[in-house]
Each structure stands twice: as structure tokens, then as C-alpha cells.
Design a protein around this ligand. Structure first.
Ligand code: GAP
Length: 513
């Protein structure tokens, strides 16, 4: 656990040191759960977005993209259910004045009990060695049984108070469990209240004529309200999809874990409109397709798992998360939801406009069903970045820090380094940069000894270093060094473009899907 925490701290400091992520308005001590993408971060984020867009939009004849506005008519959020139900239960500790999500307090308490079980299991495993049978131990050990019973009771009561919106019961649960505030250590709690997560603002100049609007909490609604516009103007035939990437805003009560849970973040969503009755089939298909997209990046099959939702939102008939093994454990990275016709029907009702599709084959109109894929761009960034950061033991007993970003996503594809700052080497290096920059993001670096420059580029995630030396003057060749293998090869300058392209080309990565 401590090792994982350590790794996470390293991820955060590396992201700052190498120009990936800064705290927002840092000179004013930052703004909680809001972050800025720095010079390298903005490139990595763009490459992830492009990789998604290529796979989801440009490679599908029946999926198109839009870019809807962040501000939408306020009735949108009434129809979608966000005004009435996009709430988290919160509770304050009267002594520390700290605010918590009531469900998170209970879940963390429950997790502590689970950790005790895992500790007992680890101890027994050590004691009994190969003869150890975990299932049998769980079924017979009195301590484990007692703790598991407690976990089950907490889960049942938590589900009940959430489903029944029983706020008094929620507080009683926290009090009965004896949960203390992590800051003050006291059990002096306020009542539990529901807190709406949408950010509101005013549209219009004068106080009396202005309208309350919201910063969108998800990009999906921009797609739903444009469903018929796109279908008609694009002459789309069902099944078809509309995709969008863009900012979303949520006033999260507990927003920790760096860019995992932010108040301003970016989503990449696709709504796939299908004939009613076929949604299950499409839901399975999109689950499989999205997992393949993740696996194409080569970040390890074992780092992903599906988590099927047992408790479904009122509008869904199936839902699953793709979870990723983050430095703090398996957590949701992407959601795939079968949203039925809930959203389109709700918008029909609230707008008074028909949002139906005329199916020529069936000779009838209907409100399509929707299967949605929704991934947080920032969360994907964290998955890629944290998975890539490695401390590597080298043969000569030294270590190096290397950011093994998938080459297709790396911000800079190659650094061109003159061995020394004289004898015409910088001029040749600059010429190489000038030529390669038409095809790739490349940089010139002449500062420090070449070994240090290699290490700097390894840590920044640059897949290739190209070194211009005195032999280049004689035969027009350079060395090209690979970040991951550290192997160096002597190649002709005119071969560079093809060598780099082979490793960073989107086509070859997506072909692995
Ligand atoms: N349209 C469906 C929807 O918004 P969601 O599960 O609330 O569903 C989808 O969000 C994805 O957006 C999540 O899987 C996660 O990757 C990302 N996401 C949600 N809240 C976030 C936050 N506060 N910070 C960063 N990413 C977030």
C-alpha cells in the first residue's frame, strides 16, 4: 500500500517536473481539484483525444462528430434529470468544519475492514505456504467470517439508505459505525444533506432579466438535443453514432487523487442510436470494441477489468465500467451504458418536439435506444502516464527514470542532438529538425553532455534520440537511439522519417484492435 502511495506521489511530481501538469493558479496556492496541462501535457492529451477520435469517428462510416456548446438551455438539465437528481449526499464535521461525501465515509470504513481480512489471508498464506486454500480460509476462519458479516450488513444498509433517499438513516449509519472525522478525530456530525453537483451561472447582463444556466456536467446532452439535426442533415441511417469530446464540470465534494476526480474535466463520449430491441447486442459489441481500443495501446491486459453495475440508474437497462489498475488500485476509467430511450423521450416531453426516426425498412417511426461509451480524457491521461512511469535498474547498477509512453501518444517523437555545439553539427541537427517537423513533433536539444540529454528525453517520454556527430559530416549518417531498449543504430539521415513513422503511426497501433 505504502509502495503504491509512493508511486502515486512520484507520478504527481514527475508530471510537474517534466512539464505535463501544473496545479491551476499555483502562485495563489492553487484551486482545489483544478489542473492545467503544461507544454508536454497538452500534446499528450491531444494525442489521446486524436487516438480516440480516429478510432471512434474517422474509422466508422456511421459515426460522426459534433462540438456542442458548454452552455445549454436550462430545460435540458431538467429533462435529463440533473436538476433533480444529480446529487451527492454530504455531511460536515462540526469540529474540523470539513465536508465529506457520506457514502464515501461509509465505503472507506468498509474498506478498512476488508483490508483487515486481506491481512489475515496474507498471514495465513505465509504460514501454510502451498497448502493454503483461500476459499476454505474465508469460509471457516471466525475472524474473517465476523468481518465479512459486518461488511455485508454495512453494504445492505448503505444500499437501502441510498435507494430510499433516507438521509436520517444515512446519518444513523455513520454514527452507529462510530466513524470519526479524519481531521478532528471527532464524531460530531451534522445531518446528511443532498448536494447538487452542477455549477450554476447567470446568462444575461441585468439581475432581473438574467437566466440561471449551468455548466454542462456531461457532454452527452449536447448530442441528444442535436440528434435529429445530425440525423437529418447527415442523412444518417440507424444504427449510427454521434461523438463529441469536450469539457464537463462537476462540483465534486470529494475531489482528490490528482486528475482522477476533477471539478473541470474533459469527456470523450459517443452515443450510438439503435433500433429498440437491439440494444443488448450493441451494448456487448461496444464493450468489446472499447476494451480492444484500450488493449491496442499495449498497457497490459491484466491492468483492465470489467465491472458490471448491479444497481442500475433509472434510465439504464445495462451498464458496465472498464476499470484500470491506477496507482491507487482498480478504478473506473470508462463507462458503457445502455440508456434505453430515456433521454430522447425526456427531451421530447420537455421541448414538445418529436425526436423520432423514420425507419424506411420497417415503415414506422420510433424513438431510438441509445448505447453510450463515455471516457474521461483526464482519467485516460492518468492511466497512460502512471502506467508508463518506470524506475529501471540498469546493468551497471545504476537506475534510470523512463516514461514508456506508447510511442503513438508521446508528446515529442524525437529529439535531435548535436554531439557538440561546434564544427557545424548544430546546423545539421537543426536542418534535420526543420525537415522532420513537417511530419512529427520533434525538438532540438544541445544543452549538457549527450548522456544527460538521453536521460532527460527518457524521463520526458521521447521515443527517439537522434545524434549528429563528426561521422555525420563525412557520410550523412546519424545514430538513432530507442528510448525503451536504449539501443543505438547508425542510419542515413534520409531513412529517419520512415523509421520514426513505423513506430508512431496511428495506423499500426489501431490495426492491433
Ligand atoms: N454521460 C455519462 C457520464 O457522464 P459518468 O460515469 O458520470 O457518465 C463518464 O462519467 C466518465 O467521465 C467516467 O468514466 C470518468 O472517466 C469521467 N469522469 C466523471 N467524473 C469525473 C471527474 N470528476 N473528473 C474526471 N473524470 C471524470
Amino acid at each position: 500500500m505504502a509502495q503504491k502511495e509512493d508511486q502515486f506521489k512520484k507520478v504527481i511530481s514527475h508530471a510537474k517536473e517534466y512539464g505535463y501538469i501544473f496545479q491551476s493558479s499555483e502562485i495563489y496556492d492553487g484551486l482545489s481539484a483544478v489542473y492545467d496541462y503544461a507544454q508536454n501535457g497538452v500534446e499528450l492529451k491531444k494525442n489521446i483525444r486524436d487516438y480516440w477520435w480516429k478510432a471512434m469517428v474517422q474509422m466508422h462510416e456511421n459515426i460522426v462528430g459534433i462540438d456542442a456548446a458548454i452552455l445549454m438551455h436550462p430545460t435540458t438539465w431538467k429533462a435529463s434529470g440533473h436538476v433533480d437528481a444529480f446529487n451527492d449526499p454530504l455531511i460536515d464535521n462540526k469540529d474540523s468544519k470539513k465536508r465529506y461525501r457520506a457514502d464515501v465515509l461509509v465505503e472507506e470504513f468498509r474498506e478498512k475492514i476488508n483490508q483487515k481480512i486481506l491481512k489475515d489471508i496474507a498471514k495465513a498464506q505465509k504460514r501454510f505456504g502451498d497448502a493454503f486454500n483461500e476459499d476454505e480460509f474465508r469460509a471457516t476462519n471466525p475472524n474473517v467470517l465476523r468481518r465479512q458479516k459486518q461488511i455485508d450488513e454495512i453494504t445492505a444498509e448503505l444500499t437501502r439508505v441510498q435507494e430510499e433517499n433516507d438521509l436520517e438513516g444515512f446519518k444513523n449509519l455513520i454514527v452507529d459505525l462510530g466513524i470519526t472525522c479524519p481531521v478532528s478525530g471527532s464524531k460530531n456530525w451534522t445531518d446528511v444533506k443532498q448536494f447538487n453537483l452542477m455549477f450554476g451561472t447567470q446568462l444575461g447582463a441585468s439581475a432581473d432579466s438574467s437566466t440561471k444556466v449551468y455548466l454542462r456536467p456531461e457532454t452527452a446532452q449536447g448530442i441528444f438535443v442535436n440528434f435529429l439535426n445530425v440525423q437529418k442533415t447527415g442523412r444518417m441511417k440507424i444504427p449510427f453514432g454521434i461523438a463529441q469530446t469536450g469539457k464537463a464540470f462537476r462540483n465534486e465534494i470529494v475531489a482528490r487523487q490528482f486528475i482522477f476526480r476533477m471539478r473541470e474535466f474533459e469527456q470523450m463520449e459517443m452515443q450510438f442510436f439503435v433500433k429498440p430491441g437491439t440494444q443488448k447486442e450493441w451494448y456487448e459489441k461496444w464493450k468489446e470494441t472499447r476494451l480492444k481500443w484500450h488493449l491496442s495501446l499495449g498497457m497490459g491486459k491484466d491492468n483492465y477489468r470489467f465491472h458490471d453495475h448491479e444497481k442500475l440508474a433509472h434510465y439504464a437497462d445495462a451498464a458496465a465500467d472498464i476499470e484500470f489498475n491506477f496507482p491507487f488500485g482498480f478504478k473506473e476509467l470508462e463507462g458503457i451504458h445502455s440508456r434505453t430511450d430515456f433521454d430522447l423521450k425526456a427531451h421530447e416531453e420537455h421541448s414538445g418536439k418529436k425526436l423520432q426516426y423514420f425507419d424506411h425498412e420497417e415503415n414506422q417511426s420510433y424513438v431510438p435506444y441509445v448505447v453510450e461509451t463515455s471516457i474521461g480524457l483526464d482519467r485516460m491521461f492518468l492511466a497512460v502516464f502512471s502506467n508508463s512511469l518506470i524506475e529501471e535498474e540498469l546493468e551497471n547498477n545504476t537506475t534510470r527514470t523512463v516514461l514508456r509512453l506508447p510511442a503513438v501518444l508521446a508528446p515529442t517523437k524525437a529529439a535531435v542532438l548535436p554531439l557538440v555545439k561546434k564544427d557545424g553539427l548544430p546546423e545539421i541537427a537543426r536542418k534535420i529538425v526543420d525537415d522532420l517537423k513537417w511530419d512529427f513533433n520533434v525538438i532540438y536539444d544541445e544543452k549538457d553532455a549527450v548522456g544527460r540529454r538521453y536521460r532527460r528525453q527518457d524521463a520526458a517520454g521521447t521515443p527517439f534520440c537522434i545524434t549528429v556527430d563528426h561521422d555525420t559530416l563525412d557520410n550523412n549518417t546519424v545514430t538513432i537511439r530507442h528510448r525503451d531498449t536504449m539501443e543505438q543504430k547508425r542510419v542515413k539521415i534520409e531513412e529517419l522519417r520512415d523509421i520514426i513513422k513505423q513506430e508512431v503511426d496511428v495506423r499500426s497501433w489501431l490495426m492491433k484492435m
